[in-house]
Design a protein around this ligand. Sequence first.
Ligand SMILES: *[C@@H]1O[C@H](CO)[C@@H](O)[C@H](O)[C@H]1NC(C)=O
Ligand SMILES: *[C@@H]1O[C@H](CO)[C@@H](O)[C@H](O)[C@H]1NC(C)=O
Ligand SMILES: *[C@@H]1O[C@H](CO)[C@@H](O)[C@H](O)[C@H]1NC(C)=O
Ligand SMILES: *[C@@H]1O[C@H](CO)[C@@H](O)[C@H](O)[C@H]1NC(C)=O
Length: 285
Amino acid sequence: MASRAAHRSSSLCALCYIAPLLTLATAANFTDLFEPYWAADHVAVLDGDGPVVELKLDNTSGCGFGSKNKYLFGQASMQIKLIEGDSAGTVTAFYMSSDGPNHDEVDFEFLGNVSGEPYLVQTNVYADGTGNREQRHSLWFDPTADFHTYSILWNRYHVRFLVDGIPIRMFPNKELQGIPFPKSQPMGVYASVWNANDWATQGGRVKTNWSHGPFVSAFRALDIDAGSPEPGPGEEAAHWWDAPEMSGLSPHQRRQLKWVRAKHLVYDYCRDSARFVQLPGECLG
Ligand SMILES: *[C@@H]1O[C@H](CO)[C@@H](O)[C@H](O)[C@H]1NC(C)=O
Ligand SMILES: *[C@@H]1O[C@H](CO)[C@@H](O)[C@H](O)[C@H]1NC(C)=O
Ligand SMILES: *[C@@H]1O[C@H](CO)[C@@H](O)[C@H](O)[C@H]1NC(C)=O
Ligand SMILES: *[C@@H]1O[C@H](CO)[C@@H](O)[C@H](O)[C@H]1NC(C)=O
């Protein structure tokens, strides 16, 4: 308890410092938009209005929060500061998901590491219940030193993953080629911290060292700019993410994506011919 209280007060100090920025950046009131969905006693909302949410993993539980509503297309963003120091065996996740057996899901999963070794960011897309579309990237900054913005942009044309506004991955809609695309199941917006030491760090060789816990990731500037699955009168008008220029990346963004792939892509399922007898259809052409 004592160490938790100390941790909270040091975070609150940081909060005072950034508060003027937050009122501009944060449209969302945590309790209006979100609720804990797993181990509420491990979820700390730091000022009552929700500018900083801390998720704690210890040897009793991980935890998570999710949006009360579900959305059809749009953008969800969060600023996240990942577990500092030894985070081996842990996964911090920011994702969107629908319910049910053949669910759609779009994931950012931050794979922890031993102190001083780099996090990896794993992204994945599930359509009609099938995932297995992992990419892994290293980052060009230390994601434990400060908050960075992670965004999922989802429209009829593609799913776009962004880090500080830089596209790191595009999953284009190739329905015309028979590839399932998440487009009809409304998805909620979620975040969680959990123990995944059977696979997350160095292929599962490095386990969570519980004596280094509790493991805490912090979230702020939770922002959802997305469509209602059942728009009310006057809400059917096209949204910004439907605009023709949102069908792909700008030349500048294409250069950014190319840079990320050249410098930071460490795994791409589309190149894993040892894993797939036949590469998935979306990987061809
Ligand atoms: C946030 O929402 C809660 C619950 O609806 C409400 O009590 C609180 O006043 C809201 N805070 C702000 C700053 O809007
Ligand atoms: C969990 O961690 C606490 C604090 O480090 C320790 O006292 C307790 O024995 C641990 N419990 C288990 C089941 O490992
Ligand atoms: C952890 O660090 C090791 C050694 O630098 C590296 O090989 C690995 O890719 C890093 N990330 C994960 C998630 O294992
Ligand atoms: C876990 O951390 C403690 C304290 O730093 C250390 O003494 C112990 O050797 C670590 N355990 C493992 C399995 O590395």
